[in-house]
Design a binder for this molecule. Structure first.
Ligand SMILES: [Zn+2]
Ligand SMILES: [Zn+2]
Length: 236
């Protein structure tokens, strides 16, 4: 399974795939579950439709290829680019706690779009699960993370967690993800997570987006971490 970072506070520079992508505050990641139904699951959409569509174009990804979109939480830097990836055959998984106005807006933006409200842990497509909406400590705001069954062999039978901002606390998300298998990795925004010692037991750590201690995590765990930015692909 490949995770392709489409939108991040930083972007890869250089030549080859991923070159020429724009960076911006926000997060979006494409999950490519090869050979499985619902092959491409888009997790979050960044802040700007213009930047997301620029980055998709640069990578040669058409929105019609994306059949499923999962939104972690209702913050502008995760839902802002949604309009550019909506089309009539897409299913949008969002936490049930999303405001009614936001749900209505999605349904109005594209005829035929199906909205699925997530509350508890569930399978989205084979190999891709949601933790369900978790409390964040901010009234009314809940967040879901994805839990992916590794297929590359690197993680054995384990799972990799994909987070948006990790507002519920990364330690709580990792615990919730444990129901789907042994957690061997985590990719995404960790926000203010500071119990770095908990990362020592993982095999793959890719701190993205809003991770306050990104640099420190990269330096402390050089063998298990990878730098995150738009254009980066992580194989799990
Ligand atoms: Zn957020
Ligand atoms: Zn964020």
């Amino acid at each position: 399974m490949n995770l392709r970072i489409l939108y991040d506070n930083e972007a890869k520079v250089g030549w080859g795939e991923g070159e020429g992508l724009k960076s911006d505050w926000g997060f979006s990641c494409l999950v490519e579950a090869e050979g499985r139904k619902g092959e491409k699951v888009l997790f979050d959409t960044g802040a700007s439709a213009e930047i997301l569509s620029h980055n998709l174009r640069k990578l040669g990804i058409k929105r019609e290829e994306i059949e499923i979109i999962a939104l972690s939480h209702e913050h502008w830097d995760h839902v802002g680019g949604l309009e550019t990836v909506l089309h009539e055959n897409v299913v949008v998984y969002l936490p049930r706690s999303f405001t009614r106005a936001a749900k209505r807006k999605i349904e109005e933006q594209a005829a035929g779009v199906e909205v699925v409200e997530v509350s508890g842990p569930a399978e989205i497509v084979p190999g891709v699960h949601t933790t369900g909406e978790l409390e964040t400590g901010t009234a009314g705001l809940k967040e879901q993370s994805l839990v992916l069954e590794a297929t590359s062999g690197k993680g054995g039978e384990g799972v990799v967690v994909l987070t948006g901002c990790a507002h519920p606390g990364l330690e709580n998300i990792l615990e919730a993800a444990g129901r789907f298998g042994e957690v061997y990795g985590v990719v995404g925004g960790f926000h203010g997570f500071d119990r770095l010692e908990l990362l020592a037991g993982l095999e793959l750590v890719v701190p993205c987006h809003c991770t306050v201690r990104k640099q420190e995590i990269l330096e402390r765990f050089p063998k298990k971490t990878a730098w995150c930015g738009a254009g980066v692909t992580v194989e799990v």
